[in-house]
Design a protein around this ligand. Sequence first.
Ligand SMILES: [Zn+2]
Length: 306
Amino acid sequence: MSAVVGIDLGGSKIALGLVNAENAILARRRIDTVAEAGLDNVITRIAEQVASLRRELPKGQAITAVGIGAPGPVDHISGDLLTLVNLPGISNTPFRRVLSQRLGLPVALDHDAKVAALGEFHFGAGKKRDSMIYIVIGTGVGAAIIYEGRLIYGESNTAGESGHMTIDPNGHPCHCGSRGCLEAYTSGPALSRHYATATGEHIDGAQLAQRAQAGDRAALQVLNEAGRALGIAAASLAMTLNIELFVIGGSVAQAGDLLLKPARETLPGYAFKAVSARVRLRASQLGEDGAILGAAWLARARSKLG
Ligand SMILES: [Zn+2]
């Protein structure tokens, strides 16, 4: 029986999981990214962790492939990392090819939102569905669209940039240069900013969720506004694509129903009744494991294709 390694390459941490043929995570490793140390350094430290995971396998078993979810933009065909604002040290590098040569194994690489979506689709909240939209809300906001079992990339690989769909043309300015984007209402930094505007106090997204749970009115209002924006975005996506399951992941989604309830209440106001009645907004089931299991799935799928 063969195992694969799923890797979640993040801005500050790299999480690795050894995944068996039954899609269970047998062992994990977590290291700092330190992208500024450069490509060779990052590749060497990942290869050390893969070697250490290999030693966890029973005799006679081997690691046959590796999958990686990386913050975008990426070229999912070549596996090159493009210009990553948060990871300048490994930007514009042939990451997949260099890691594959170092390990002597097939390596698959794709955008982290798409990889986490694959995890939820095959093993989590989207199990047994044909289509699903995954929206990740954290430091940034992105989406992955799975239609009839396949990820949609678009004609030039930008499908799923739903964090920058317009919710309100007169709304909050967004760092992309536009105004009223979904991200400007829902990302962790946006929530912190809106809370600071209301109260003069600077706290992060996780603290804000805790305060909302404890009944802090300003925190509840900020999450309510975020949920309303999410509901409007989901209504437009559902009207366009007629996909009925939305899975919401990322650190802000840990606020759970404080975010999802206003989204569910807002959605019917912006979509046909026949459409909104069938739409379901669910929290992700796998949390951080979604990226590891999705990367493992991708590793098997792409290595089968050769
Ligand atoms: Zn924007």
